[in-house]
Design a protein around this ligand. Structure first.
Ligand SMILES: [Zn+2]
Length: 131
């Protein structure tokens, strides 16, 4: 019998993109789904070239977005990567783990896509938006 492996929540959004690789309409700008594919790729340790093939987009486009994230990690949280599911539950969409505060959740998400030391030390206080 085939065992079904539980997939992280992000796969509800980009699973078909990552697995089936449908042709992407030629656009100069990345949309949110494209950016989620990049974040997913970075979390898996994919090279910019591999991510670019998955989109598809140019390697330069991927590298530009990666540079933007390192310059201003707040752009990551304009995407649905962290979902509040309760007063003290913030669900990481990349892996499905839950953190007790938004700030801890944000650092957790960043740790998927950049070295832990960087994710730990990035100031995030001004990123939080009142809902
Ligand atoms: Zn996670």
């Amino acid at each position: 019998m085939k065992r079904k492996i539980k997939e992280p929540p992000i796969m509800d959004v980009i699973g078909a993109r990552v697995k089936d690789r449908p042709p992407r309409a030629q656009r100069s700008r990345l949309d949110d789904d494209d950016k989620l594919v990049i974040i997913w790729g970075l979390s898996r340790g994919w090279s910019a070239e591999k991510i670019a093939r998955a989109l598809p987009a140019s390697g330069g486009t991927v590298k530009n977005f990666k540079a933007k994230i390192l310059d201003d990690p707040g752009v990551v949280f304009e995407l649905p990567v962290l979902v509040q599911s309760g007063p003290r539950s913030h669900d990481c969409q990349v892996c499905g783990e839950v953190r007790g505060s938004r700030l801890k959740g944000m650092r957790h998400v960043l740790a998927h896509i950049m070295p832990f030391e960087m994710a730990r030390d990035i100031p995030l206080g001004d990123v939080e938006k009142p809902l």
